[in-house]
Write a protein that binds this ligand. Sequence first.
Ligand code: NAD
Length: 333
Amino acid sequence: MSVKVVVNGYGTIGKRVADAAALQLDMEVVGVAKTRPNFEARMALEKGYPLYVLAGREPDFEAAGMEVSGTVEDMLEIGDVVVDCTPNKIAAPNKALYDAAGIKAMWQGGEDHELAGISFNAHSNYDDALGCDYARVVSCNTTGLSRVISTLDKAFGVRKVRATLCRRSADPPDVKKGPINAIVPELKMPSHHGPDVKTVLPEIDIDTVAIKVPTTLMHLHIVNMDLKDACTSEDVLEALDENSRIRLIGEGMASTAEVMELARDMDRPRSDMWENCIWEESVNVSDCELYLFQAIHQESDVILENIDCIRAMTETESDAMRSITKTNDAMEL
Ligand code: NAD
C-alpha cells in the first residue's frame, strides 16, 4: 500500500518534493496546492498532479483554463501526510488546518523546531520521527552540516565544530532578493545555524558564523572540527565516502559553478545536486583537527530527507538505512 502524499506550497522545495515522492515505489502524490494560476500550476497539471487551491481562488484558475480538484482543505482530507512547503509566516498557522483534518504534517527548515517538536535528518536521527504526527526537515545548511558531522561523529567522535557559512543570497528564480554586489555579514554571533544543528544532534558542541554572498548557485561551508580519535586525512575521506549523500569532488572543479555544471552534465532533474559536495583536496587533518570545504545545493539537498521523513512518520520503513537506500535508488543517486 502506498502512502498518499499531499504538498502544500508548490514552489522551490514543494515541486521538488512532489517529483521525488512520485518516483518512490511506496508513495503517490494525490494533490499539490497552489495559490496562483501561474506557469508552475500549469506544469503541476501537466505532470498529472491534482491541483488544489485556496478557498475562493477557484475562479482565477478556471479563468486560466486550469482544472481544480478542490480546496486545500479538501486536499488534506485525502492525504496520509502533508508536506508543508509554504513560506515562513504561512507555514506555522497552517498547523490548525492540519489538526482539523487529522493529517500527519511536515514542515521545512524555515520554521522553528518547537512547531513540530522533532527536527529531522535521515542519517542523524531517523528513529526520532518513527510514527510521529509532526516533524520538521531542517534547512539546507543544517542538513549539509548534520550529514557531515553525524558521519564523522560515528567514525571518530566529534569534540567541537566551528563552521563559517557563505550563504547564497537568493535562489535562481528569485528576482526580489539580494545582495547582487555586496557581502553581508550576519552580525548575530554565533549565527542561528549552530543551535539549529543541535535540534538534530543535541550532543554536538558547535558554533557557526555566516555571511551572505552574491550568488544564487550554492552555499559554501568552511568546516573546522576537533575529532576525538586520532586519524589521518585519508581515514576521514574514507569515512565520508561511505555516506551515499556525500560526494567527494576534485578533478578540476574549482568553484560552485563547476559543481552545478557537473549536476547539469549528469542530467540531474533541474540540475539538482542532492549530495554534500566536499572538495577532497580540502580535507586536512592535523593533531585531530580537521578542515574541509563543502558546497551545498540549497534548493535540493533537503528533498531526499523529506522523502525519508515521510517513511519514518508513516512507519512504512522502520530502518533508516533501508529508507535511505530506497530513496536514493528511486532518485537514481
Ligand atoms: P517558495 O517561495 O519558493 O515557495 C513557496 C510556495 O508556497 C510558493 O509557490 C507560494 O506561492 C506558495 N504559497 C504561499 N502561500 C501559500 C498558502 N497560503 N497556501 C499554499 N501555498 C502557498 O519557498 P521555498 O524556497 O520553497 O521555501 C519553502 C520552505 O522551505 C521555507 O520554510 C524555506 O525556509 C524552506 N527551505 C527553502 C530552501 C531554499 O533554498 N529555497 C532550502 C531549504 C528549505
